[in-house]
Ligand binder design. Sequence first.
Ligand SMILES: NC(=O)CCC(=O)C(=O)O
Length: 264
Amino acid sequence: MRIAAVQLAYDDTESLADRTDRVVSLVRAESGADLVVLPELWSAGGFSYREWPARSQDVSGSVVSALAGAARDARVWLHGGSIAEHPESGETGPEGKSLWNTSVLIAPDGSVTATYRKIHRFGFAGGEPKLMEAGEDVVVTDIAGVSAGLSTCYDLRFPELYRAQVDRGAKVFVVPAAWPEARVDAWSLLLRARAIEDQCFVIGCNTAGTHARTTMGGHSAVIAPTGEVLAEAGGDQEVLRIDIDPAAVDDFREAFPVLRDRRL
Ligand SMILES: NC(=O)CCC(=O)C(=O)O
C-alpha cells in the first residue's frame, strides 16, 4: 500500500479558494499512491478559531467536492484531513452547536465512504470545546481492502479510542493533525506508542507553517506495528511517501501475541 502524507504548510494570508486549488494540485500529483492523507482542518485553519464559522461547510460543500474530483483524477483513496463541518440540514449536537471537526474519506471513484467527527476536542476552555460539538462514534472503515481506524490530532492522547478501533478490526490508524511545534516531541512519541501498544501501522499527517500565531510542528510520520519509524518528515511542507504492507500486522501479532494477553 503506497502512502503519500501531504504535510501542508499555510499561513493566514491565503484565501480558501487558493488553498483548495493548491491542495487539489498536490493530491493530483500523487497519482501513483494508493492512499493520500491531508492534515486536520487545513481548509479552516487548525488554530484559526475565528475563521472557522466563515470557512465551515457541509460535507457536500466546495472543499470536499474539490477533493472528490482530485481523488477521481488521481485514482487514489484520499483521506481529506478534516473540515469544519456545518451541516446544511441544520443539525445540532447535544450542546446546541452546529459545528464539528469532521474527517472525510474519499474512494478513487470520488465517493465519500466514511466520515469521522473528532471525539476529543482540543482547546480546554476555548477553541474546539467552545465552538464545536464532540463526535460520538468510533469509526473503522475499509481503505483499499485494509481496515483503518480514523482519529484526529488530540485524540492521539486517548489510548482507549485506539483500543476500541483495534477491537473493531483496525490494522492501520490514520491521524491527521494540526499539532504545534511546541509539543512536537509528544506527537512523535504518541504516534509510536499507539503503534506499539496496538500493533498497528500509524500514519500521522501533521501541518507545517505558521498561522494564527502558532507554528506547526510537521514531523508527519509512518510507524510500523513494531514501533519502528518507517518514514518521517521534517518541519516544512513536504510529501512523505512510503510503501507499507498491512499483512505484516497479522504476522507480527501472531509472532508477538501481546494483544491476546489483555485482561479485561
Ligand atoms: N489540534 C489539536 O488537536 C492539537 C492537539 C495538541 O496540540 C496537543 O494535544 O498537544
